[in-house]
Ligand binder design. Structure first.
Ligand SMILES: Cc1ncc(C[n+]2csc(CCOP(=O)(O)OP(=O)(O)O)c2C)c(N)n1
Ligand SMILES: [Mg+2]
Length: 321
């Protein structure tokens, strides 16, 4: 599949922006600018939302994986870096499309659950609604390798298959669920084998390879959009950092993270595009400087947004729309 040059560059830009966004989140959290109880970083896993957002339409639904990927919704059309940052800092969420950042149905985001996996049925509902309305919208529902074992995720897949819904399930397999290696939990090597049991296609893909991700997501999303029903994509990646701030990572074998740093999606994709003559040194420098400046500005703008009060937390938890 030939990826248009502009699309390739858009994904490179977003990958660089995603890296700076992650650094900015960490910087602000470390300086006490966030109301978040913990911080779950996503260094090394950014290629997945970047590729998904490059495929999706503005009104398609997208649920990024679990506790660490939500700020990366900024790659989706209609969102900004400031939105991602302010949301992650627990600041009063800036209005997007008349709703707060995390709940913007016009932009395909209908929320997420801190009780991991419980949001699966919500996004299956979105897929059913898209089918009934014949809107042509598709849903990409992503969860972690740990979350994928939860009952609501299984039920979501069963219902989506039974009703031939336009939804693509993605498992973002970063090799760990907190301190538990996924190899200790799964008795199958290839997680995408599970798709057979649900009766839809499944595939495992290198989740640190932007090109492979884009091509796979496009194939699965196109099929779902044209009435072909659900599918399962397992994106193999690695959590390069701690589960959350304060995790001493004593469970991790020595040298494992170092091996995965060699597969960091950012330098890999840069090398690919430079090899094809799509990126030059001058462009790399400029994109880098622009992304850094944007993250600095977004950080300042997000800090202007007031922190969410306890009362608003409660109100928004039960009375959002
Ligand atoms: C139902 C539920 N159980 C436990 C937790 C606590 N918890 C938060 S993150 C996490 C690990 C999830 O692992 P995975 O789904 O692989 O996502 P990752 O953290 O690797 O991105 C756990 C157990 C939770 N939030 N919800
Ligand atoms: Mg995991």
């Amino acid at each position: 599949m030939a990826i248009p040059k502009e699309k390739s560059l858009e994904m490179y830009r977003n990958l660089v922006r995603a890296r700076y966004l992650g650094e900015k989140i960490f910087e602000i959290f470390s300086a006490g600018g966030s109301n978040m109880v913990g911080l779950h970083r996503a260094v090394g896993e950014e290629a997945i939302p970047v590729a998904v957002c490059a495929v999706l339409r503005k009104d398609d639904y997208y649920k990024p994986s679990g506790v660490r990927m939500h700020p990366y919704l900024f790659c989706k059309e209609g969102f900004t870096m400031r939105d991602g940052l302010a949301g992650e800092m627990c600041r009063a969420l800036p209005k997007v499309g008349g709703h707060d950042t995390y709940i913007s149905p016009e932009l395909g985001v209908i929320g997420k659950s801190g009780i991991l996996g419980e949001d699966g049925p919500m996004y299956v509902g979105a897929a059913l609604s898209a089918k009934l309305r014949k809107s042509g919208q598709v849903v990409v529902y992503t969860c972690g390798d740990g979350t994928a074992n939860r009952a609501p995720v299984h039920e979501s897949m069963v219902v989506a298959a039974a009703l031939t819904l336009p939804i693509v399930f993605m498992i973002q397999d970063n090799q760990y669920g907190m301190g538990t290696a996924r190899s200790k939990v799964y008795k199958i090597k290839d997680l995408s084998d599970r798709a057979k049991g649900y009766g839809f296609p499944g595939i495992s893909v290198d989740g640190n390879d932007v090109v492979a991700l884009y091509e796979t997501v496009k194939e699965y999303v196109d099929r779902a959009r044209s009435g072909g029903g659900p599918g399962l994509i397992v994106a193999e990646t690695y959590r390069l950092g701690a589960h959350s701030v304060g995790d001493a990572q004593i469970y991790r074998p020595k040298g494992e993270a170092e091996e995965w740093w060699k597969k960091d999606p950012l330098p890999r994709y840069r090398k690919t595009l430079m090899g094809k003559g799509i990126l030059t040194d001058a462009m790399v420098t400029r994109i880098d400087a622009d992304a850094k400046a944007e993250a600095d500005e977004a950080g300042k703008a997000a800090l202007q947004v007031p922190l969410i009060s306890y009362e608003d937390h409660i109100k928004w938890a039960y009375d959002v729309l």
